[in-house]
Design a protein. Structure first.
Length: 118
């Protein structure tokens, strides 16, 4: 018997309106609904939050949430994992852009030097 249901749809804008790609292979992802029944006194319970506000659910609770699933490799990612990946990806892109700019400046300097020489 189920004593409670805890549903977590995540951020509507982030999950449903923004486009995401698979962190592993870059292919499009789709939203997959996950349902799991967890007993509050089982070992798995420590990985789940049985609270809804101030109320703690006891017994068998049905957890419902959404994860991103890759259309190609089939790997699944939680909202948190996807956010972490995208933040890291943005940082990497910025660092690459900075490095490219630096290299360009260096090349320009070098070219100037050589034109002076000549
Ligand atoms: Zn993939």
């Amino acid at each position: 018997m189920i004593s409670g249901i805890k549903k977590d749809t995540g951020s509507f804008v982030y999950m449903r309106l923004k486009k995401h790609v698979c962190p592993d292979c870059g292919q499009p992802v789709f939203l997959k609904k996950i349902k799991k029944k967890i007993k509050s006194d089982s070992r798995a319970a420590k990985n789940y939050d049985f609270h809804i506000g101030d109320v703690e659910l006891k017994g068998t609770v049905k957890f419902i949430w959404y994860e991103f699933r890759c259309t190609d490799c089939g790997n699944q990612f939680t909202e948190t994992e996807m956010r972490e990946f995208e933040v890291a990806e943005k940082k990497r892109e910025k660092a690459e852009a900075r490095a490219a700019k630096k290299a360009e400046k260096k090349a320009q300097k070098q070219a100037k030097k050589e034109s002076k020489k000549g």
